[in-house]
Design a protein around this ligand. Structure first.
Ligand SMILES: Nc1ncnc2c1ncn2[C@@H]1O[C@H](COP(=O)(O)OP(=O)(O)OP(=O)(O)O)[C@@H](O)[C@H]1O
Ligand SMILES: [Mg+2]
Length: 498
């Protein structure tokens, strides 16, 4: 019989004006993978932060192995054998992979002696090997890709040898191959009798890896149970409190003339000889594994990265875009993948974030057009279903998924002609995903040309008119909506040419 290792009883957490958790019960047993599911803002990360001593509960109790405990700080929770991979990065970008992994729990040569760098280096290498990650332990974390950084976070959590491992959306930056590694690690941890709490908005993952689940909605405990006794539809209903419309509400459109043409774009070591055309009213999907070069291509087109070889034409006219401002002037918008670093300004309000790219345009009309700013914020904030007390709230205090929605709203408000969306539904809950897909469909119907980068096959297949597949910087296939299948796409993404 598996024993209950961690039990939370009637946990509540209040923030000014917000009840993030309302008498939530939660328990996890040894040797169990327990999925914690719920919409953006449901309270999942807050619960994690209570288990890890980052926040103190406003009321309620925590029991570890049957004994009541209090975690006044993260150190206390770590000492009790709880380790977490948080949703937001907790690493020091300037420090090396090695230093980040052993930050706060250095290995020493003796009780009070010098740090044992040889041993730490050895352990780091072993950990990275176990994760099948081929990176140098001495390079600064800031030089790693988003996915690599995430894997280092995972290595860091594993390095503590914890009895309870919490993963808050560990797969949001990973794709197929990395997710497979992660599953293998999770299964190994489970076999060792550890308890794993797994948070994800992807129900395929929950059904693949977890055997138990707990659902939260609006800070309340909604239910729990065995995965084998439920179905995705039943869980979705518990999560959103209603049944959902079609997941991929793609409207058929007749693509118009070419608005963006890219010819022979190359950047040594990143991508090579990339050519494609994007039509008005079309959704052009880009699929590939991490490192395929998709984001880098878009950043080059948008003027974030300097252009290497190749030509870019907008509506037939050759352009030389040197920075994002020029790209925006040509009617482009780019919603970046790494929304924490490049997306929202956390210390600013929702309203100021949404209207930031268009402030120029608004103030050109009259000096700071206040009513217009409100109107735009209201429209896009509602469209994206951003959950906040007021539009004046700082983005900082929003849940992870709601921060992402602010970035989407901000770029949609620029009313672009060419919209590049890099993993637009990453970390977004199932209900809002449908909303984002509907908005994409609607925009395409209105004639906006959309590039959709996504690592989720169902999304790419469900939403794209055409799909470009990349492998290590090269386009390996271009498929029409009618002929696209998972097999064909995966083959091309792993470099198998037909
Ligand atoms: N530091 C804070 N100050 C004020 N409010 C906060 C703070 N942290 C979280 N909240 C609020 O608490 C609620 C729950 O947020 P939480 O981050 O736990 O959601 P979540 O379930 O993890 O969502 P997501 O899926 O988007 O990550 C939200 O309404 C959020 O705005
Ligand atoms: Mg969260």
């Amino acid at each position: 019989m598996k024993e209950e290792i961690l039990v939370l009883k009637k946990i509540s957490k209040y923030f000014p004006g917000i009840r993030a958790l309302d008498e939530v019960d939660f328990k996890i047993r040894t040797g169990e993978v327990h999925a914690l599911v719920g919409e953006n803002g449901a309270g999942k990360s807050t619960l994690v932060k209570i288990m890890t001593g980052i926040y103190q509960p406003s009321s309620g109790d925590i029991y570890l192995n049957g004994a009541k405990v209090v975690f006044p700080s993260p150190i206390h929770s770590q000492k009790a054998g709880i380790s977490a991979i948080h949703q937001e990065a907790t690493m020091f970008p300037e420090l090396s992979v090695l230093e980040n992994i052993f930050m706060g729990h250095h290995i020493k040569k003796s009780e009070r002696g010098l740090l044992d760098w040889v041993e730490m280096r050895k352990r780091t290498k072993e950990l990275l090997d176990r994760l099948e990650m081929d990176i140098e332990v001495d390079i600064p974390v800031k030089n790693l890709s988003v996915a690599q950084r995430h894997m280092v976070e995972i290595a860091k959590a594993l390095s503590r040898d914890a009895r309870i491992v919490i993963m808050d959306e560990p797969t949001s930056a990973l794709t197929l191959k990395e997710v497979e590694y992660l599953y293998r690690i999770i299964r190994k941890l489970r076999a060792q009798g550890r308890a794993i709490i797994f948070i994800s908005h992807k129900f395929e993952e929950v059904f693949e890896i977890a055997e138990h689940f707990t659902v939260l909605r609006d800070g309340k405990f909604i239910g729990e149970g065995e995965i084998k006794d439920t179905s995705p539809d039943k869980i979705i209903k518990m999560v959103v409190g209603r049944t959902l419309d079609k997941m991929f509400p793609k409207v058929e459109t007749k693509p118009g003339p070419v608005v963006l043409k890219v010819e022979g774009l190359s950047k040594p070591g990143v991508f090579k000889d990339v050519s494609f055309e994007l039509h008005q009213g079309e959704i052009l999907g880009f699929f590939g594994l991490i490192g395929a070069g998709r984001s880098e291509i878009m950043q080059t087109i948008f003027g974030i990265d300097p252009k290497g070889e190749g030509e870019i034409f907008i509506k037939g006219e050759q352009v030389n875009i040197r920075n994002p401002k020029e790209a925006m002037d040509k009617g482009m918008a780019y919603i970046p993948e790494d929304r924490q670093l490049q997306g929202a300004i956390l210390e600013m309000t929702i309203k100021d974030n949404i209207t930031l790219p268009i402030v120029d345009k608004l103030s050109r009309v009259i000096f700071l057009n206040q009513p217009k700013e409100w109107e735009i914020t209201e429209k896009y904030g509602k469209d994206m279903d951003i959950k906040a007390a007021t539009w004046q709230q700082l983005v900082l205090a929003l849940s992870g998924g709601n921060q992402q929605k602010v970035v989407l709203a901000k770029w949609l408000a620029t009313i672009p002609e060419i919209l590049i969306m890099d993993e637009p539904t990453k970390g977004i809950d199932v209900g809002t995903k449908v909303a984002v897909h509907s908005i994409m469909s609607k925009l395409a119907k209105e004639g906006i040309a959309i590039i959709l980068i996504s690592s989720e096959l169902p999304e790419i297949i469900g939403m794209s008119d055409r799909i470009i597949v990349m492998h290590e910087g090269i386009i390996t296939n271009c498929l029409d909506r009618k002929e696209a299948s998972s097999e064909k796409i995966i083959k091309a993404a792993t470099g198998i040419l037909e």
